[in-house]
Design a protein. Sequence first.
Length: 458
Amino acid sequence: MTAQQNTTAPKRGELTAAEREMLQVIAAGDSAEATHLLGRADVRVNCLDENGMTPLMHAACKGQVEMCRLLLQHGADVNCNQHEYGYTALMFAGLSGNAEITGMMLDAGAETDQVNSVGRTAAQMAAFVGQHDCVTMINNFFSRERLEYYTRPQGLEQEPKLPPKLAAPLHKIIMTTNLNPVKMVMLVKESPLLADAGALEKCYRVMDLLCEQCVRQQDMNEVLAMKMHYISCVLQKCLAFLRQRDNKLDALLKSLLKGRDGDGFPQYQEKFIRDCIRKFPYCEATLLQQLVHSIAPVEIGDDPTAFSVLTQALTGQMVLMDSEFCATCGERGAERRCSDCRMVVYCGQACQRLHWFTHKKVCKALRLRGSQTDSPRLRELPDDHGTTLNFDPLHDKSSVTEDTSVTDESVVTEEEAACSLKNLHLGPPEVIDAPPSTCEDDDDPPITCPAFPADFHF
Ligand SMILES: [Zn+2]
Ligand SMILES: [Zn+2]
């Protein structure tokens, strides 16, 4: 019962004794015993239990990282869908909430758009049970091979659209789950290959092609299309600054960070993101309509910001205005606090230095306000366990200082507040290029505190 069994397609519930033992070993997480069993002729790596679950599905479901790795090394089929309700190993990975296993499945070629018997994808299943890290990972996965297609000349091309050396840095930007434009510009800036006008031009054109491809493919992927478009916009903005400015990308970073008078809200950044969304070339896309519907009625400076709406739409993650996110680059897990106001956090000194030219204007006010109430700036959006975009825009203005100095173009008129594509255009895009004030930028920011526990007080 050995050789023949290894070549026939496994049937549900037809397990050998050794295969039943294998499933128990997987549940127990015993890698050594599993390795031994997988070497036996009467153990098939893609055998199916009564419910149509493979050993890989069992391991993913139980969150057994090493076991998943072992099974994949032994040829486990990541896209097997013999499960009675159409669940895949990726769905079990997402449900388990283990991001490492989810990433492993994706790297092994798991299809992200397979649906189960009730029409749900793995990302939707993970979102349903609140496993947002897995949702983010699935929604942002884009295989390197898909990008590398453009590094080979196609048809009559003499040269490929993307020089092969640009594939790695561009793929890094595509895979980032932090859509903060500051972070993206930083990624461009730190790559000597990318921070070049010729390279940026090629990259943004490839991003535009990928966007079109995501829209035109049979199962249109609006989320990925929007992300590709957004990245293209950021790259184009970098290109414009590289061509026009002497101080190059630093000027763009400052424009994006510059807070308006009064409350320090980075209005150029908000307008830039709104403008990117507005320029999405496929007007009929449902996602675009949803984004516009969520953003257009919101006054600049109110919640939700365009950044949080876009992030939720593209990654499934809620952006909480809490102390976890770097005030400069939006990176999660920031733990260094401004020692003056103790109201903003950064991932490190570099981010704080970059922010100081504008933060110093509100730092004192934040400190005074912080001593009056608990933490007025640290408001949270309501917890949401789905990927839906239909959360209510918050109109709570209690924590935002009335801004008396905004210019006309940054105020949403009543007419503009109506939800329509046209009305997402809030002022001329050129305003983003406005040079940040360069005066009084040279003094040092207060040192940031090291990573004290959250409840630490001086
Ligand atoms: Zn940062
Ligand atoms: Zn401060």
